[in-house]
Every structure is written in C-alpha cells, then in structure tokens.
Write a protein that binds this ligand. Structure first.
Ligand SMILES: Cc1cc2nc3c(=O)[nH]c(=O)nc-3n(C[C@H](O)[C@H](O)[C@H](O)COP(=O)(O)OP(=O)(O)OC[C@H]3O[C@@H](n4cnc5c(N)ncnc54)[C@H](O)[C@@H]3O)c2cc1C
Ligand code: SF4
Length: 184
C-alpha cells in the first residue's frame, strides 16, 4: 500500500445513505494492511509527546512499532499493560486533544491515527481470542467489585493483574455499566 507520510491512511466508513438505515457502527476501522501502513508513518520519537497526552501513559511508540512489525498480539499486550479498555478508548477517547493532539507528526502533516490503531489492535485481539496476561502468582486474597461499569472493570482488571481473585457483582443483566447501553 502506497503511503504519503504526511497524510493519514483513510478509514473506511458506511456510506451516508446506508448508515441512515441501520444502527451499526459508522466507522469500520482499519484492516491489517491499513493499520500497518498507518503505523509506518510514526517517527518512533525518543521523546514521545503522544504519551504525555495519554491519561494512562500507554507506551504508544512501542505498540505502534509492534503494529509496524505485524506483531499485533505484542501490541495488544503493550496497550494492556496500561489500559483495561482499549476497544472502548480507541473509539471514544478525545484523541484529537490528547495523544494525537501532541503527536510530532502533526506539526507538518496529519497526526498519527493513534486511536484507530488502538481500536484495530483491541479488535484484532478479541477476534483472535487474545487476553491480557494473567498474574504470575495468585496472592490468595479475594476482592469483590460492586458494579461492572468502566471503573469496576478497570479496577477488577488491575487487581487481577496483581494476583487477586476478583469477583464482579452487577445489578443489571449485562456487564459494562453505562457503556452497555450502546454509547460507543
Ligand atoms: C447518555 C450518556 C452518554 C455518555 N457518553 C459518553 C461518551 O461518549 N464518552 C465517554 O467517555 N463517556 C460517556 N459517558 C460517561 C460514561 O458512560 C461514564 O462516565 C461511565 O460509564 C462511568 O463509569 P462507572 O464505572 O463509574 O459507572 P457506571 O458505568 O454507571 O457503572 C456502574 C455499574 O454499577 C452497577 N451497580 C450500581 N450499584 C450496584 C449495586 N448495589 N450492586 C450491583 N451493581 C451495582 C450499575 O448497574 C452499573 O452497571 C456517557 C454517559 C451517559 C449517561
Ligand atoms: S509523537 Fe506521533 S510520531 Fe512521535 S512516537 Fe508518538 S505517535 Fe509516533
């Protein structure tokens, strides 16, 4: 795929006349070829400004390099070390004022589509049955988390990574909190 380093690889979307007839996602997201092409635009900055704009300090240059190398599972593990909800954040974070707003590539061209790459990696991992790494050792302690919204899921995920045996209690039929009402 030909890439102009100053221009974003466009993301495919539903045609307006089609999208008006359904409630599916408008944006299809990147496929593998598009994601790798977009990743090649990243400068892999030593002093990566994008990370300073990320509230959870994802190692953005590292995961983009892994996408470049087609190591999509590695990219997922890199993101998962800092974020429990990459499929959601890749869709709803205001990247234009956070990571992408600080991207060095954006000084002379389009910033890297960090959110679309994050979404691609998270969706790829889900489609291939990849999960975040488990704790190496259980610490023998149990924790109950009340509520399965983004806060509860993140808390449970982080505690599980530290070796706790976590049970989530949810009052509604489905997990996900407000997110399960279909916000993304
Ligand atoms: C209409 C709307 C649109 C939004 N759009 C966006 C957006 O585009 N982007 C964005 O970033 N944010 C958006 N938000 C905000 C975002 O959804 C919330 O900030 C987020 O869901 C809060 O997460 P939470 O985990 O704190 O709480 P919640 O998502 O509310 O989760 C709390 C969970 O706890 C459960 N619970 C409560 N009490 C108990 C109990 N006693 N026992 C068991 N379970 C219990 C509830 O059923 C619920 O599932 C939106 C919010 C709304 C309402
Ligand atoms: S600032 Fe932009 S170009 Fe530099 S590492 Fe981050 S995403 Fe890549």
């Amino acid at each position: 795929m030909d890439v102009d380093v100053l221009v974003r690889v466009p993301v495919r979307e539903q045609e307006p006349k089609v999208r008006a007839t359904n409630f599916e996602e408008v944006c299809y997201g990147y496929n593998e070829e598009e994601a790798v092409a977009e990743a090649t635009r990243c400068l892999n900055c030593q002093n990566a400004q994008c990370m300073k704009g990320c509230p959870v300090s994802i190692d953005i240059p590292a995961f983009i390099q892994q996408v470049k190398d087609r190591d999509f599972e590695g990219a997922y593990q890199t993101i998962s070390a800092s974020s429990a909800l990459p499929a959601v954040c890749g869709r709803v974070c205001p990247q234009e004022s956070q990571c992408e707003g600080k991207c060095i590539r954006g000084i002379k061209g389009d910033p890297i589509s960090i959110g679309k790459l994050e979404r691609f990696v998270a969706d790829w991992a889900r489609e291939h049955g990849i999960r975040p790494k488990k704790a190496e050792n259980a610490n023998g302690r149990k924790v109950a988390v009340i509520g399965s919204g983004p806060a509860g899921l993140t808390c449970a995920g982080d505690l599980a990574k530290l070796g706790y045996d976590v049970t989530i209690f949810e009052a509604l039929l489905r997990g996900g909190g407000v997110l399960c009402y279909g916000i993304p």
